[in-house]
Design a protein around this ligand. Structure first.
Ligand code: AGP
Length: 348
């Protein structure tokens, strides 16, 4: 897993290669789409949820994300969204079932997968490959990062086709995407610091992850990684939801991992952090380099470089992957093969 986390920057680079300049993405066409439905399971579902926020933000198209195991057994509305199915392996039974259901409903379907010629590619109209290289560890890491990168490409393409962003804005985001491998590497270079933080926080029985907007699914993914490989009970919440119930569980023994990077919800996040600090919870925040105020409000900070906030889910996710790895290592867990889990879930 550690090796695969460190391959994140390369996965980003390879996934962008030859696609950015003209936004030609394996024949992906956005023509005629009036809405998008993203469907997947597990970690890939978290990428789908990030995709929903990115597509709405950049391409201004209605987008929603749904778990494949739910989508396949619902009726769905009468309209026919473009359905994007995301699966690292391309063999997940529920995602394959959802692809068949989307076709039955007459929707155009797109697969995002890392495995050449996998079953999903045969059940969909178009395939866009992530180019993360083979991933062996059960916990998805570099493939998740590559899925999010493909979603940036698709969102930029749709933004261009729909005229939702001007050329200058698109060009600026392309340049920032080119820098994304460096941003991921920036976080990887902090591995000693992250190991020390894992030792400080990793003995907890329960932990909470909080985030807002596109960082809410990043929090979900951070919590899933921690659960999967370290067996620490972790839950993620959209930070605004804390006061609607979960705050009852927040105590001095429940660390809160808060995504407080510079984005439009930053001030709201700061208030949410205040809510958990008031209940005595230790707070480990993820912040944007240069933020002088954040360290005064929390116990520790993992920094990401300054960047357009829509791209920040990538370095934040890399930090969470390393953190989960270090907690699992400290607790002596079988990191690459966690109990009860398989790399590819080919049964319902
Ligand atoms: C990832 O860490 C998990 N092991 C799991 O949630 C996985 O993402 C899920 O089973 C979906 O797999 P897929 O991407 O191959 O379809």
């Amino acid at each position: 897993m550690l090796k695969e986390i460190h391959e994140g920057p390369k996965a980003i680079h390879e996934t962008l290669l030859g696609r950015l300049a003209n936004l030609e993405i394996d024949g992906f066409l956005s023509e005629g789409a009036t809405s998008v439905k993203l469907v997947a399971c597990g970690t890939s579902y978290h990428a789908a949820l990030i995709g929903k926020y990115i597509l709405e933000e950049l391409a201004r198209i209605p987008a929603s994300a749904e778990l494949a195991s739910e989508y396949r057994y619902t009726q769905g509305p009468a309209d026919r969204p473009l359905v994007i199915l995301i699966s690292q392996s391309g063999e997940t039974a529920d995602t394959l079932g959802a692809a068949r259901e989307a076709r039955r409903r007459g929707c155009r379907t797109v697969a995002i997968t890392n495995v050449l010629g996998s079953s999903l590619t045969r059940e969909t109209d178009i395939t866009v490959y992530t180019r993360a290289g083979i991933e062996i560890s059960v916990a998805g890491t570099k493939t998740f990062i590559a899925q999010v990168v493909v979603l940036y490409l698709i969102a930029l393409k749709m933004a261009q086709d729909r005229g939702a962003l001007g050329y200058a804005e698109i060009d600026a985001l392309k340049d920032e995407l080119r820098s994304l491998p460096r941003a991921a590497q920036y976080v990887l270079n902090k591995s000693t610091e992250i190991r020390a933080l894992a030792e400080k926080y990793g003995n907890a029985r329960d932990a909470f992850y909080i985030g807002r907007h596109a960082h809410y699914p990043v929090a979900l993914e951070g919590a899933l990684k921690l659960k999967e490989i370290s067996y620490v009970h972790a839950e993620a919440y959209a930070a605004g939801e804390l006061k609607h119930g979960p705050l009852a569980l927040v105590t001095p023994s429940t660390p809160v991992i808060a995504i407080a990077v510079q984005d439009p919800t930053y001030e709201k996040m700061r208030s949410n952090i205040g809510e958990v600090v008031a209940r005595g919870a230790p707070v480990l925040a993820i912040g944007t380099e240069g933020d002088k105020e954040l360290p005064k409000a929390v116990d520790d900070v993992i920094w990401i470089p300054s960047m357009p906030w829509v791209l920040a889910p990538v370095p934040v996710s890399v930090a969470f992957q390393l953190f989960a790895y270090e907690v699992a290592r400290m607790r002596g867990c079988p990191i690459d093969k966690p109990r009860n889990l398989a790399k590819s879930v080919t049964v319902e």
